[in-house]
Design a protein around this ligand. Structure first.
Ligand code: FEO
Ligand code: CA
Ligand code: CA
Length: 633
């Protein structure tokens, strides 16, 4: 809606006595909009080509954008801190030191930094007790070290490595809320130096062997752990995303082969600089170490002694998350995005079926199966809602031209260099695929395409599910598999929402799709989560300058959508400089856990403690209703 229409709406609201919040979300919108002519009607008709009636799923009032250093919620909701960076995971553990002088050893037993994706695992038979497995994606040197700059020693690097990985914590319901249980024997850190097993088709491959691991099957550490997945057999999947950024070279003239370049290898590390003090990350000394990261790692949260496993059958790329589904004949499906401009969307299907009776029988299910990559064929290029069909293309050695003539000697080669194999089959280059989730109601799959400043250049054509040149706002893609079978090779796709700014830009391509309004606008959708009722929660990692293209959008935020009507309401706004990422629900759906990552990444925040001169701390928040009801309803 443009400014004129916005003013007309305001006038109309006053005329009929509705508040904006009620009005935008109300069924009255449709009828009232009829007064205002076609353009507004088309915007009010909402995306998804479905009902224009107000959502019965969304029971809260959409809140305004905000730029304050607080957490904003609708009336009737409250938030508390569940856990923050640096909190000791055990009784009598080393306390958080806000000065940054805490040791690497201390960080190895404290909650990691920059919490990201997380999954909740309820204790069997006890809905008031659960484990949360939570990724710790990266760290902020500004706050991690007393000197606030790049690492200056091996101890600094070890501390940074300790701040990343995964934290497993027990949480318990106390009254109306949930609390971290500090004396639980399940509390555990997995970090950048934890021993991890490599398994699947690439285990032991020459490209995975190093001097420290001549068998190529035992790695130290997982890091840059972005988002997550939860298997039906009760394990946690943590996804290694920007792993290449941790590597550099002591030889500034080192050259890299096409495969190393495709994964982003450079001699100068991207401001992480572990290689300066840890030779494992020096590509001049240990080039194969790079190949041992960029995998999906499986963790058994209920066995604190278990060794995590990197599942090579799922392919190596900059993994965002891993969304589990099931084929009609009972095999496991894992949908995965590769978050880089122009990279791809993948799915893995296990060879064997899931054993729902004996969960231990699924221990190696993710070691055997087939990897596919998506091709999206443009159909209807409607500017507001393009749609079409698509295909999954198998990435198996000897199939679809993936063979020795293209440099692939084996399936292990294909998996280690999945990006190169996907290029051989001409998969669709996407606008940075982030999270993927599967609707519990109808099995439709949703994927955030967060933004892509390079769309239209660099061999990335404008069109299909990537409809905008220099895409600054992002969109949410969805697909429905044919025959309602996640095992099917074809699907229909459309765009659920095209983000934009209807105040700054009156129309598409930058005004956003019909379900974007001045009241709910956002940019760079990233995290996604479905609750049990089928509400789609959208978390943003965008430009929070609140100016130019982003004027009026405020800080990063969390929204909630009705997938059927397409309506979207803003539920939460985060503090200054944060990204909102990571979402989970208590079994009764009355508490929503959400991550506030890197508040004050460029200064200006003391969230959540707000002590004078205090440091901001990434935190997991627990959100509930004052009346104890279901969140979002
Ligand atoms: Fe860790 Fe692509 O976000
Ligand atoms: Ca993300
Ligand atoms: Ca992002």
């Amino acid at each position: 809606m443009n400014l004129l229409e916005e003013q007309q709406l305001t006038d109309l609201e006053q005329m009929i006595g509705l508040s904006r919040r009620r009005f935008i979300g109300a069924g009255a919108l449709c009828g009232a909009a009829m007064f205002l002519g076609g353009n507004l009607l088309s915007r009010s008709a909402l995306a998804a080509g479905v009902s224009t009636a107000s959502s019965t799923l969304l029971g809260f009032e959409s809140i305004n954008a905000a730029t304050s250093d607080t957490l904003s919620l609708p009336p009737g909701y409250r938030a508390s801190v569940l856990i923050s960076w640096g909190q000791p995971l055990h009784v009598n553990g080393p306390a958080f030191d806000p000065s940054g002088n805490g040791s690497a050893e201390a960080q190895e037993v404290q909650f990691g930094d920059n919490n990201d994706g997380m999954s909740l695992f309820a204790f069997p038979g006890d809905p008031n007790r659960a484990l949360l497995a939570i990724n710790n994606e990266y760290t902020n040197y500004r706050y991690l070290f007393p000197h606030g700059g790049q690492p200056t020693s091996a101890e600094d690097v070890r501390k940074a490595q300790a701040s990343e990985g995964v934290s497993v914590i027990e949480v318990q319901r106390k009254g109306n809320g949930w609390q971290f249980v500090q004396d639980s024997p399940f509390n555990r850190r997995i970090h950048g130096n934890t021993p991890i097993r490599l398994s699947g088709p690439a285990e032991g491959h020459a490209l995975l062997r190093t001097q420290a691991d001549i068998n190529g099957n035992r790695v130290l550490g997982t890091f840059q752990n972005c988002a997550n997945g939860k298997t039906p057999w009760g394990t946690y999947l943590t996804c290694e995303e920007n792993f290449t950024d941790c590597f550099g070279s002591s030889d500034p003239k080192q050259t890299f082969d096409p495969a190393q370049k495709r994964y982003g290898a450079v001699a100068t590390s991207k401001d992480i600089n572990w290689h300066l003090h840890d030779p494992r990350f020096d590509l001049a000394l240990n080039p194969n170490e790079l190949n041992r990261h960029g995998w999906v790692v499986e963790i058994d949260p209920f066995d604190p002694q278990s060794v995590p496993v990197k599942r090579t059958a799922l392919g190596r790329f900059k993994h965002e998350n891993a969304a589990l589904a099931q084929t009609r004949d009972g095999r496991a499906v894992v949908y995965m995005g590769d978050d880089e401009r122009g990279e791809f969307i993948y799915k893995f299907i296990s060879r064997d079926t899931i054993d729902h009776q004996n969960t231990k029988a699924n221990r190696d299910l993710l070691d055997h199966g087939t990897l596919y990559v998506a091709r999206f064929d443009a159909g209807d290029n409607h500017p507001d809602r393009p749609k079409g069909q698509g295909q999954w293309i198998e990435l198996s050695h000897g199939q679809n031209g993936i063979d020795a003539s293209k440099g692939f000697a084996s399936q292990a080669d294909v998996l280690i260099h999945a990006r190169l194999a996907a290029s051989v089959v001409n998969a669709t280059r996407m606008d940075r695929p982030e999270w993927i989730v599967v609707s519990p109601k109808d099995g439709q799959v949703y994927c955030t395409l967060t933004n892509n400043a390079k769309r239209g250049e660099d061999g990335q054509p404008v069109g299909g599910p990537n409809p905008r040149e220099k895409n600054v706002y992002g969109q949410i893609l969805r697909w429905k598999t044919h025959n309602d079978d996640h095992g099917a090779n074809s699907f229909d796709w459309d765009l659920f929402v095209v983000a934009g700014n209807p105040v700054v830009h009156a129309k598409q391509p930058k005004g956003g799709s019909a379900n974007i309004t001045p009241q709910n606008m956002f940019n760079s959708p990233d995290g996604l989560g479905f609750d049990d009722a089928g509400r789609l929660w959208i978390l943003t990692d965008g430009d929070y300058s609140n100016s130019g293209d982003f004027a009026g959008m405020g800080n990063n935020q969390m929204l909630c959508a009705d997938p059927d009507s397409g309506e979207i309401r803003r539920f939460m706004v985060g503090p200054i400089g944060c990204e909102v990422t990571g979402i989970s629900f208590s079994p009764d759906q009355k508490t929503l856990f959400v991550g506030i990552q890197h508040p004050g990444e460029n200064g200006g925040s003391t969230f959540p403690e707000h002590t004078p001169n205090g440091k901001p701390r990434s935190s997991v928040m627990a959100i509930s209703r004052d009346d104890g009801g279901i969140v979002g309803a």
